[in-house]
Design a protein around this ligand. Sequence first.
Ligand code: SF4
Length: 361
Amino acid sequence: MAGAFPCKGGSIYTIYGSNPAEMAGKLLEAGRVIDAIPPGAHISLKPNLVVGRAASGGATTHPEVLAGIIEYLFAHGRKNVDIIEGSWVGDDTVRAFRVSGMEELGRRYGIKLYDLKDDSSTPVDTPAGKIRVCNRALAADFLLSLPVLKGHCQTRMTCALKNMKGCIPDGEKRRFHREGLDELIAALATALVPHLTMVDGICGDLDFEEGGNPVTANRMLMGADPVKLDSHVCSLMGISPLQVGYIPLAERYGVGETGIMAGDIVELNRPLAVDMPRPSGKVQGLVKNVKADRACSACYANLVHALRRTGAGKSRAIHIGQGWRGGRIQGFGVGDCCRGAEKCVSGCPPTALDIVEALGG
Ligand code: SF4
């Protein structure tokens, strides 16, 4: 295991700018992170590559963030570095590595990339029972989580805590959605705690985890407490942390603290304008009539894409999710779980195009 992170427990280091590599290096220097990483330590970088998209779309981590980190680590003689990720169910991590620029980054620095969908896993005890966690993530001497500051169509926001969901097998990801996302994300945080989290807040999509409407915010954050980071990101986005179920739960499980104390936010620079843009609320408006009950991310995201095309959710109730399985549903259903609906678009998940056609778009 790495040594204690040298930053004061709850500090959140913040830097503003538009050069992610330089900003990442400055954050690491300011936090004296190298003091926490013994020579020879095995360091795993865990970006957010939930889908195969370039970072400019607002869904995935900028490869330059990783470039800045790798340059810093190499300069300090820490060369045992790899990149780990497992995209969401229904997407191909290897394709995401390629499209996001991580594959090229790996070639440039001679670093290996590992698709956690191919990894073995170990059941770990948590307050919500055993959760299987990928062994490569568990084995890292220093796990550096690199989420994107962005919105989420179901949980409102996604950042530090939820980024660890990429370190569990696909079967567990499905189970999370089936049995309750909030409790299991919070429980996972007790089983797999990154040593450090650096947040890419350059241009995340503040409404939708799959991106498409990036919003320039030009900032990066770094801290050791993922609960505090998520709580702070909520306040930046104008959301109460209490509206994001897994954040207070993770605090209850002892993962970290939601309270931001005076002096917790350490700004390394201060441009003239630092106002954080807010979510547009467009996605929340589109899904206001969606009756979701334990819907998988890819299924729900395809529905959001379809609603963007058709606007159909404004005038009719649409059902989606594993909670509807086996029941009779009055109205429209999305996916095989909603076969009991009067009208259902089949698939697991159905494509956005199928949903558009079924909605009559
Ligand atoms: S139909 Fe949709 S919600 Fe149901 S299991 Fe398949 S992907 Fe998940």
